[in-house]
Design a protein around this ligand. Structure first.
Ligand code: FAD
Length: 493
């Protein structure tokens, strides 16, 4: 029989656990008993420092002020990601969070730009996007009447600490201890309690599994199953190391492709997060560590750490009375910084579908279906970066270039390469501007543009394009240097 949900137990206190605790305690804390169990001995994965603009929604939901979050987490602004050596060695492009051009009545801006390119009327497409140009020029500010699409680079452990304080202020309970066993109800198989090493039992009605790659509840206990995507996303390892900052922070992440993977550089206010994501079939941990250490700036401030993972997704993110959030639910590798976004989506979705009067299968199915659609879309977008490339200089890149890809992605590539058309399904995370920037950045230039563009006389097209570019330049010219603004903004909390 269904049992009302009165007590929610969150297993694990990494970014996922504390985001869940913060949201549930703020929004449902008056009706629910919320408990989080974490182990100081085990610790967290300790990476996950680049975000995407949707994090604003989460902070707004919690009533958090941007300046407070940034000051507490050593954060800088992020306007996009620069992909270096991805299209080919020594070819770079930037995927910014901005909107390209402006809303055009019948077809996307890229069609106007493509014709302009044929007629030698345009400069690079990023010049027609404010966030793109601002990133390249290292400028940014939050202005009262201009809301530029931005996200953050932030210290993951400080973010978890900040959310912990917030959640505890909202009345939840934290228990420190190692989960030794997960007990199930005999009849239903639902989770009944977490048993800690000291013998303490933490009983609950609904469990949120935030135990990271261990997936203690959703997999080790409920055997939910995993859909392996490593044939499409073959990187399976990462090495992370932090360095002292040696230059003023730039407002974008750098993603630098190497022969068997890629390297991230995430600039915080006072240090840089570095890492190499790689495929262990093609490079050993020792060689990868050496490669990373040879390509960092500044002195390391911690020991390099190897992290192993498998790309893919849990077959159900909600199974019985357990919802997996964070790395326990699956991992798509960090190329487009989408994991924290997925954590937030799962939390919001669970709040919306919250089974106050007991878990019902329709809610579970809805949750799993929505999650699957989102994961599949993001997966395709990330595979795109590996598949559409001119690189053939290593076994890794030859594999990626020649691998079969999901039909859904092939369809998008076929449409764009022929006719320049892109589309966005429903609530899909990455919009047209993202797809265009990455497809063109990776070297996919459409054969045709939309014929409607030919209705414009050449002079009219030129003036249309020039006006957009001039407006973008004018806006960016008014922005201060990013690092100056960060200092001022974080001091004025
Ligand atoms: P974890 O941080 O691993 O936390 C697990 C928690 O469970 C810990 O508190 C641990 O103590 C607890 N736990 C586990 N077992 C037990 C037990 N037996 N008893 C008690 N407690 C237990 N995401 C982004 O959005 N942007 C990025 O730039 C980004 N970069 C990444 C780079 C790499 C290399 C990797 C691997 C991931 C990256 N991610 C990124 C993903 C991001 O790090 C995670 O989504 C995020 O940190 C959430 O992790 P988590 O809380 O699910 O797991």
């Amino acid at each position: 029989m269904n049992k009302s949900i009165k007590k929610v137990v969150i297993a694990g206190g990494g970014t996922a656990g504390w985001m869940a605790a913060a949201a549930f305690s703020k929004l449902m804390g008056k009706n629910l008993d919320i408990v989080l169990v974490e182990s100081d001995d085990i610790g967290t994965v300790g990476v996950g420092e680049a975000t995407i603009p949707t994090l604003h929604i989460f902070h707004r939901l919690l009533g958090l002020k941007e300046q407070d979050v940034m000051a507490a987490t050593n954060a800088t602004f992020k306007l996009g990601i620069q992909f270096e050596n991805w299209h080919d060695v020594n070819k770079d492009y930037l995927h910014s969070f901005g909107f390209l051009g402006k809303d055009c009545w019948a077809c996307g801006f890229q069609h106007f730009w493509l014709k302009g390119k044929q007629q030698n009327m345009v400069s690079e497409i990023g010049d027609y996007c404010t966030e793109h140009l601002a990133a390249r020029q290292g400028r940014f500010a939050v202005l009262p009447n201009q809301d530029y699409n931005h996200a953050y680079h932030m210290d993951a452990s400080l973010y978890a600490k900040f959310l912990r304080k917030f959640a505890e202020q909202h009345g939840m309970t934290r228990i420190e201890g190692k989960i030794a066993d997960v007990l199930q109800h005999d009849d239903s198989g639902d989770i009944k309690a977490l048993k800690l090493e000291n013998g303490e039992l933490i009983e609950g009605d609904l469990f949120i599994d935030c135990t990271g790659f261990k997936a203690l509840l959703i997999e080790q206990t409920l055997n939910t199953g995993f859909e392996d995507w490593s044939h499409w996303l073959p990187c399976d390892s990462a090495i992370a190391v932090q360095t002292e900052a040696v230059q003023k922070p730039i407002p974008y992440t750098r993603s630098i492709a190497h022969q068997s993977g890629w390297q991230w550089r995430i600039p915080l206010q006072t240090r840089t997060g570095n890492g190499l994501v790689f495929c262990s079939k093609f490079i050993s941990d020792a060689d990868a560590t050496e490669l990373l250490l040879n390509n960092i700036e500044g002195q390391p401030i911690n020991q390099p750490r190897v992290i192993k993972f498998k790309t893919g997704t849990r077959r159900q993110h909600w199974n019985k009375n357990c919802v997996a959030v964070g790395l326990s639910a699956g991992f798509l590798e960090p190329l487009e910084s989408t994991s924290i976004h997925m954590i937030q989506r799962s939390i919001v979705r669970l709040l919306q579908l919250f089974p106050a009067h007991g878990v019902i299968q329709a809610d579970v199915d809805e949750f799993n279906q929505q999650t699957k659609i989102e994961m599949d879309n993001i997966r395709d977008f990330i595979i795109l970066h590996y598949k559409v490339t001119d690189r053939e200089d290593s076994r890794f890149w030859r594999y990626c270039k020649n691998m079969p890809i999901p039909a859904s992605l092939q369809h998008r590539i076929d449409m764009f390469s022929q006719s320049g058309k892109v589309y966005k399904y429903g609530n899909e995370l990455f919009g047209e501007s993202s797809w265009i920037q990455v497809m063109m950045g990776q070297g996919l230039i459409p054969k045709e543009y939309h014929p409607i563009v030919d209705l414009m006389e050449p002079a009219e097209l030129q003036s249309f394009l020039n006006n957009i570019k001039a407006t973008v330049k004018r806006k960016v010219d008014t922005l201060p240097a990013h690092h100056d603004f960060v200092q001022h903004y974080c001091k004025s909390t």
